[in-house]
Every structure is written in C-alpha cells, then in structure tokens.
Design a protein around this ligand. Structure first.
Ligand code: ADP
Length: 724
C-alpha cells in the first residue's frame, strides 16, 4: 500500500467504540493504529498498561484478512483471546494446551476468513507447517508482542524469538509491527535489525506511569510496613515481592495468621499449588500474592492495586517491570519498596558469580537502584530519567519525595562524620546496632564493660534516637561510605568514607517524617479515583462480576475492568441505553451482561435510596489528583472535624458528593467516632438500631427508626461502627 494513502481514523474509533466501549485513544494509540492501517512497519514502545494490545487489535478489524500475533506465553495468549471473545472479536490461539477441536476450528476460521486474530508462540509459528499454512491464507499483518524478547540486550531474551528472523523472507509483502514496554535504545535498534524492518515508524511513549505512586522506606519492621500498605487496600489485589522463598513462606503465613487473605508463590512449590494460587489471585478469590520474581510474567491482571517489594530487586529495570504490574487499568495504585543494605550486599555477592563481562552492567543496574532508593529526587522523574526521558513537571505529587514524606537532614556532613569517626574509634570491629548505641550514649552493659563510654565519639548523637542513627548508618552503607564486612557485618570506613571525613564529599541523609501525615496524604490520593462511587454498590457488583466470570470460566476482569465497575457504581445505570453509555461496556458485553447488571443496580439503589442513571458528563474528566484535588482537601477539613455542610461550601461541591468524600475518609482513616458529623441526640438511636439490625444494610436501620433519621447519618454511623 502507498505509504501516503490516507487512513480512516473514524473507522478505528468506530470499532473501538463498538467492541470495547472506549471512545478515545490513549497517547500514541492513534499513530500506532494508523501505521498498521497504512502497512508501515512499526516499533511501538509504551509502558505497561499503556494500551499496546489495542494498537493491533483495533486495526485488525478494519483490514480484510487475519492478523497473526506472536506472543511469548501461553497464559497471556489465553487471557487475550478470552478478553477479545468477551468483546465479540473473533480470535483464537493455537498452542500445546488447546484441544484439537479448537485448533481445527481456528484453522477453519483462517480458511473461511472470519477469524480476525490468531495468537501463536514463536516456536510454533516458525515451523514449516505453520508457515506454509499461513502463506496460503489471507494474512493482513504480523504483530509481535513483547518484542524485546528478541534482543539479547533486553531483560528477557528468549532464543525462540530469534527464529522470527525468517518472517521477512517468508512474508516479504506483509508489514511487521513490534510492541514492547522496554525502553532502551539498544533494544529498539536490535528489534528493527533482527526483523529487518523497512523504514519503520518508531513510536515511543512516555514511560511515566502517573497513576502509580512510589514510596521507598528503609526496611525496619517489615511486617508492620507491609500491613500498613495492605490496610490501605482492604479487599483489593496486590503483590508482595521477596528475594527468597523462605521470606515468601514466612510473610504469607504471618499475614494469614493476622486475618489477611494471602497465598505464596515460588519455584519451590508444586506446579499444581503454584497454578492454584495464581488462578485464585487472578479470579479475585485471594487478595494478596506473596512471591519471588518467578511471579508476574504472563500475568495481565489489570486491577493490581499495590506492589510491595519486601526485598530489594536486583536492578532498576527489574523494579520498573515488577512495580509496573500495579495499576495496568490506569486507576490509582501504589508501589512501596522496602530497602536494606543487607539486600544490597546480598545482590553484590551474587554478582560475583556472574561471568566477568556481565558483572559491570549488572553492577551499574544495581547501583542505579541503590541511588534510586537513597536519593531525594522525585521517583517518577528518577525512573523516567534512567530511561532517558524527562518529565515536564518537577513534582509528580505521587511519590514520597513530592508528597513531602522524606526530608533531608540539613547537617548531613557533620552527622556523617560523627558516625564514621565512631566506626574508626571502634577500630572497625563492631556492627551497626552497637555503633548506633555508642553514638547515642547508651548505658548498655556491654558498652560499659568494653569501656566504650570513654571514647571521644561516645554520645556524639545523643539528641537522636538509636533507630534514626541506625537508619543513617544504613544510608551511609548504601552510599558506599561504610561497608559491612566479615561474618558479623562489622562496619568499616571505605575510601569514599575517608573523603567524607576529610570534608571532600557530603553524604545525603534522610529523615523520615511522622507516618501519620504521609499515610493520610497517600490515602487521600488513592481515593481520588473513587469520587462519587458508592462502595457498597461497587462491592455488590464485584460479587456479580465474579459469579459471571466463574460461569464462563474467565478471569473476573474479562467481564469488566475495575474502571468500568467503578463507573457503574458511580453512574448507576438501570436501563440498557444508559448502561451502554458507560466506558468499557461495548455492544457484546452490553448484550451479555446488561440485564443482570442493570437489575442488580436497580435493586441496590432502591434499597439504599440512591439516585440512578446519573449523567456521565461531570465524570468524564477524571478528578485531578494531588493536593489540589477536592477529595484531598476534604480529608484535611474532615481531619479538623468540620461538618459536612461547611466542607461542601468551602470546596464548592454538592453535599451529596461531600458525604461521599466523608465515607472514604472514614474508611481510609479507620475513623471510629462519628460525633463530628452526626447530631448527638440521634447517635445513640442509630447505634441501638444498628445493634438490632446488623451493619449489612442501611434500609432495615432506617425502617427501625421509623424513617425519622436521614440515610446519610445512618451511613456515617455504620461506617464508623464497621471500623471498631
Ligand atoms: P499493555 O499491553 O500496554 O500493558 P493493555 O493493552 O493490556 O496494555 O491495556 C491496559 C488496559 O487499558 C486494558 O484494560 C485496556 O482495555 C485499557 N485500554 C486500552 N486502550 C484504552 C483506551 N483507548 N481507552 C480506555 N481504556 C483503554
């Protein structure tokens, strides 16, 4: 096709609306789809969750013939095909797990021309049999997913991808389109070279993931730090990554004994056990998966709301990939990394086992990660900066640095020198705990026995708690100014450390802010996407989604994504036309699920006296995140104990919307006392009625009180009672 030939963007939008229920392109999707329509080879680089799949799926519907998609993992293919089928797109995959009858039907679909997308693993595609078959078929284009697997420079090289070199020869007239989230230029060049792309379009999106909030904490009380995150996400899915299997087992067991719903995943479990745990996570039967890095590749679950690294990953590339598994659906999600110099040392030791030529790049990646942990620049900026991009704004309002959760100490050079001189005075024979106590001026028996209270450095940091000094020691280790040596991790001053002592180099030492302010800022941020959503209805619809998914043996998100489910609980459509207008519904899903969902919504809204069939217009623009967002400001005002009417007035919002913010506030901050927002005389009445009727539903309480108390008051009191 002539490269200058105009392409029909309207038809792309029309298909996207019809099948997926989306009415707007994400950044670069239009360009990527147009390259497909115009038969220009392309390399498309977008971050995870950027919407790469649609870039080839939508145009495949606008072109005659079959699009062949090469994908590395069987599980990914199956999920993609399930999702496409749910949207009404004719798609199939052929691999060793697919029953013969299904394979036959797919072949029929190719021959008869109704199959639009065929997913294949590279090793199957390059067999002569498959190549011959496809050469005789009407193939419209070739799409290569996870295209970085072809490059040895990528983090996930797969030798079988190398065989794809035959494609150019075998299909000289077909365009080849490559998709990856891996950013380096070297990998991009390699992809184009290996596949002999011709004058290809190179489309590189921003690697930033604005819906992810990042936080780095020094690992102290691991379990409490993990629980703090989990408590912000009750009922939601998340992953906890560990370095070792033993940690996976331990954390999973600890969480379960505390009443969380967690499962382990690592290579030491049986295949059956691993598969069950993974399936249960994907199907939303289990909330948290505690895993080694063996978990994740091949998992497309879009509603992962948090990723915690309980141990440090081995590189910044790995961190980007693993943390990137959060929030693929674009909703607010958080990534928390717990770092420790012990892990850093562990990785360094492991690098020694690598062949010499691999050591330097691996060390550079590890160093980059270490810098990321101890630096005080915006985490979003640091991540995209590593991949050669810059963000326009200096502050993302979505990381611990920009949310003001980390702060540098002003006198880091002096504090650093005090610590290092103490290590020298102790003849480099003691560990971090002991050194911190000496600096703090502890009367520990051992210190007195060793007469270290006589040292000139004893009590030099007496104004600071031992835990803070301990933190700074770790930070100095992280910045290679101190080293942990020998069997007992005794501290030694490095060459760089000596430069600090001479005042030639200044360390950076971070002081942690009190947790309460940080968690509330974070919690408020996470509620932005919930504005206007009735949580009870959302939970109800989630149950319905799960039941429908189980009936069809597909993952819950194939029925509807969380973003659509939240929109349903926000707009509350009770008729098919208003259901159809919700983003992410599409024609087929409207037919398949419209009746059940609208019925459930009607029923719930009647019971809870909620308005239905709201106009989507005010919600089209998603609420602006960050401290300027109304939810965020509302939290501050509620914290001051202001009544709803006043908060509503100050924010210039309707009272009903403000009540929604208050409900989120109560849930997130675990408020137990409704006093600031409920009249004192009705409070005991509601509590007594709740005692009699239970907390499940509001209507019985409302009836019990002879309909004399407003629903909103009942809602607030029951929300607080649930937190008790
Ligand atoms: P990637 O392959 O880049 O990680 P996906 O193709 O899986 O991303 O898309 C991530 C999510 O975003 C999916 O749930 C997808 O349906 C959704 N999505 C993609 N494009 C759009 C769009 N234009 N509008 C709304 N949602 C979209």
């Amino acid at each position: 096709m002539d490269a200058a030939m105009p392409v029909d963007t309207d038809s792309l939008l029309e298909k996207m609306r019809h099948y997926w229920g989306y009415d707007r392109f994400r950044p670069l999707q239009r360009e990527a789809m147009e390259a497909v329509l115009a038969d220009r080879d392309s390399v498309v680089v977008m971050p995870t969750g950027g919407g790469k799949s649609l870039c080839y799926q939508v145009p495949s519907l606008c072109k005659p013939g079959l699009a062949v998609v090469i994908s590395p993992l069987i599980s990914l293919m199956k999920d993609q095909v399930d999702a496409l089928t749910a949207c009404g797109v004719q798609a199939a995959c052929v691999n060793s797990t697919v029953p013969v009858a299904e394979k036959r039907r797919a072949a029929e679909g190719v021959r008869e021309g109704w199959l639009k997308l065929l997913y294949l693993a590279p090793e199957r595609l390059v067999t002569d049999r498959t190549l011959d078959f496809l050469q005789s078929a009407n193939v419209s284009f070739l799409a290569i997913d996870e295209a970085h697997c072809i490059s040895e420079w990528g983090h996930d090289f797969r030798p079988e991808y190398r065989q794809l070199k035959v494609l150019r020869d075998r299909f000289p007239n077909l365009a080849i389109h490559c998709y990856t989230a891996t950013a380096t230029e070297q990998v991009r060049h390699d992809i184009a070279r290996q596949l002999e792309l011709r004058n290809h379009d190179l489309l590189v999106g921003s690697f930033d993931r604005p819906n992810l909030s990042f936080q780095v904490q020094r690992r102290a009380d691991r379990l409490s730090q993990i629980r703090e995150v989990l408590n912000r996400h009750r009922g939601e899915s998340g992953i906890i990554y560990c370095i070792r299997r033993a940690d996976v087992e331990e954390i999973a067991a600890q969480l379960n004994s505390l009443g969380y719903n967690a499962r382990p995943y690592h290579a030491g479990l049986s295949d059956v056990q691993r598969k069950t745990n993974q399936e249960d996570f994907i199907q939303d039967r289990v909330e948290t998966i505690v895993a080694t890095v063996a978990f994740g590749m091949g998992i497309d679950k879009p509603n992962v709301r948090y990723v915690v690294h309980a141990g440090m990953p081995k590189s910044l590339e790995n961190y980007q990939q693993e943390s990137g598994r959060a929030g693929r659906d674009g909703l607010q999600s958080e990534c928390v990394l717990l770092y420790s110099s012990g892990d850093l040392m562990l990785w360094k030791r492991m690098l020694d086992d690598l062949p010499p030529e691999a050591q330097a790049p691996a060390m550079a990646s590890l160093d980059a990660l270490d810098k990321f942990c101890v630096s005080v620049t915006c985490r979003h900026q640091a991540l995209v900066g590593y991949f050669g991009q810059t963000l326009e704004s200096d502050t993302c309002q979505a990381c611990d640095v920009c949310l003001g959760e980390v702060e540098m100490i002003p006198d880091a050079l002096v504090v650093g020198q005090k610590i290092l001189s103490c290590v020298v005075r102790l003849n480099e024979r003691f560990g971090a705990d002991y050194t911190a106590k000496v600096l703090n001026g502890s009367k520990d028996k051992r210190i007195l026995e060793m007469r270290h209270d006589q040292l000139s450095t004893y009590g030099l940091l007496t104004d600071h708690p031992v835990s803070a000094i301990r933190d700074w020691i770790e930070q100095l280790v992280g910045q290679s100014m101190l080293a942990k040596t020998g069997e007992y991790n005794t501290l030694a001053v490095t060459q760089l450390g000596w430069q600090v002592l001479k005042g030639e180099v200044e360390p950076k030492l971070i002081k942690s802010r009190p947790q309460s302010s940080s968690t509330s800022a974070r919690a408020a941020k996470l509620t932005d996407d919930w504005a206007g959503v009735d949580r009870g209805l959302f939970d109800d619809l989630r149950e319905l989604r799960k039941a429908e998914a189980e009936k069809q043996a597909v993952p819950a998100y194939v029925v509807f994504g969380d973003a659509t489910l939240r929109d349903l609980a926000r707009l509350r459509p009770t008729t098919i036309p208003s259901f159809r207008r919700v983003k992410g519904v599409g024609e087929k899903r409207c037919l398949d699920f419209g009746p059940q969902f609208t019925q459930r919504i009607s029923h719930y809204c009647q019971q809870h006296e909620l308005t239905t069939d709201l106009d989507p217009a005010p919600f089209v623009q998603s609420p602006e995140p960050g401290p300027s967002s109304p939810a965020f400001k509302a939290f501050d005002l509620f914290r001051e104990g202001l009544p709803v009417a006043e908060v509503a007035q100050r924010l210039e919002r309707a009272e009903s919307t403000t009540f929604g913010y208050l409900a989120d506030f109560i849930r997130h901050e675990r408020v137990t006392d409704p006093a600031p927002w409920v009249e004192p005389k009705v409070l005991p009445q509601i509590e007594a009625a709740a005692e009699a009727c239970g907390l499940e539903r509001l209507k019985p309480i409302f009836e019990h009180l002879d309909q004399s108390v407003p629903y909103e008051a009942i809602r607030i009191v029951t929300a607080c009672l649930r937190n008790r």
